[in-house]
Design a protein around this ligand. Structure first.
Ligand code: F6R
Length: 365
């Protein structure tokens, strides 16, 4: 049931605040502001490293997770798309653990990667939506994302719930390894607890601006997304979402890679969407944005209040989100990205919930 929404995708975008709040309840204690101990089959305290694999949007969630596990838990992460991971002959050791992220829990390549790691003697964790799935069944530890059924083929709420679970697990891993203090844990968990309320506010505030902007965006054939740090996987997620439902060609790039190739494409016919919260990478990303502006590129700037105040560059549009802590920024910045793809596709008149050639669950290689 779509309720009063035009598409399941729209409904699933708007239910994120409530669903994430519910999902977080499984991983954090709202009263004491601590992470709860979840499935103990994986002991993060003793690991030498983590391998992560998944496909598509789930892979991009894992890529954000890599930044978190490395920064907060000082745990080196090997990550690759499952279709490459399974054939890489990556040397692994039982002192590592492996995490597989899958909404459906049935993706063939992800399952094959899981079995490879199992044969190598690693403990296996599954970050899944469907708890009865094959991937969940074959894992030692299950970390449910609790997103409820996702009907729209383009993943939205599963992505932000995967991020919420990864954020919680990286804090838990940091506590277990002594790299996150009790005070840091409290502070980060407080930010996570505030996130649902901020998500609701953002969804309501940015909708009219994004809808108007989407009308302009739907006239272009190519779009480039740029980001740095955890905003880099978000740039790729933004591009993936736009191409799969609007069929507009889009690429997501690490902002620092701009001058190593894609800058050759910059002209007034290819908008550049820059995702840049005012974090420790902000100045660097703005200098990449300057390179775009200097070549007549059109910029759509997705930033926060501090970032909007700090940049004087002329843009096609600036989407200003509230200033938020960096642990929740990827989830908050997912919202404009999802809405932009959604409204652009609606303007183009595509089949938003059932895009051509795509399947919700990919059980063949
Ligand atoms: C994109 C999308 C796909 C899936 C991918 C993995 O919006 O939905 O890229 O993320 O096919 O699917 P799961 O998570 O079921 O393994």
């Amino acid at each position: 049931d779509k309720g009063n929404h035009r598409h399941f995708m729209e409904k699933e975008i708007y239910e994120q605040p409530e669903i994430i709040s519910h999902a977080l309840g499984h991983y954090i204690d709202f009263a004491s502001h601590t992470v709860k101990s979840t499935d103990k089959a994986i002991d993060f305290s003793k690991l030498s490293g983590l391998a992560i694999s998944a496909c598509g949007t789930a892979y991009l969630a894992g890529l954000v997770g890599k930044y978190w596990f490395e920064r907060y838990a000082r745990l080196p992460v090997e990550i690759d798309v499952a279709s490459e991971f399974r054939y890489r002959e990556l040397p692994l050791s039982p002192t590592q653990a492996a995490l597989f992220i899958s909404q459906s829990g049935e993706t063939a390549d992800t399952l094959a990667s899981l079995r490879y790691c199992k044969d190598e003697g690693l403990k296996i964790g599954a970050i899944v939506n469907v708890k009865e799935s094959t991937i969940a069944r074959e894992s030692d530890a299950i970390f449910p994302i609790l997103a409820g059924p996702e009907i729209g083929v383009a993943s939205t709420k599963a992505f932000t719930c995967q991020l919420a679970v990864l954020a919680s697990l990286s804090i838990a891993a940091g506590r277990a390894r002594g790299t996150v203090s009790e005070a840091d844990e409290k502070a980060m968990v407080k930010h996570l607890a505030e996130m649902p309320r901020i998500m609701s506010k953002v969804l309501n505030e940015i909708q009219p601006q994004i809808e108007a902007l989407s009308r302009d965006l739907s006239r272009f054939k190519d779009v480039l997304y740029l980001g740095r740090g955890t905003s880099y996987p978000l740039a790729m997620e933004g591009a993936l979402k736009l191409k799969e439902i609007s069929y507009i060609h889009a690429e997501g790039y690490a902002a620092g890679e701009l001058k190593h190739g894609p800058i050759a494409l910059i002209d007034e016919n290819m908008p550049v969407i820059v995702i840049a919260p005012h974090d420790r990478f902000f100045e660097k990303t703005v200098s990449n944005m300057q390179e775009v502006a200097a070549r007549g590129g059109k910029i759509i700037f997705i930033t926060d209040e501090k970032g909007a105040a700090a940049s004087k560059l002329e843009t096609m549009a600036t989407i200003t989100l509230p200033n938020v802590d960096e642990i929740i920024a990827p989830m908050i910045f997912s919202l404009p990205i999802q809405l932009l793809a959604y409204h652009t596709a609606v303007f183009m008149g595509t089949d938003v919930d059932q895009p051509r050639n795509l399947a919700k669950s990919v059980t063949v290689e």
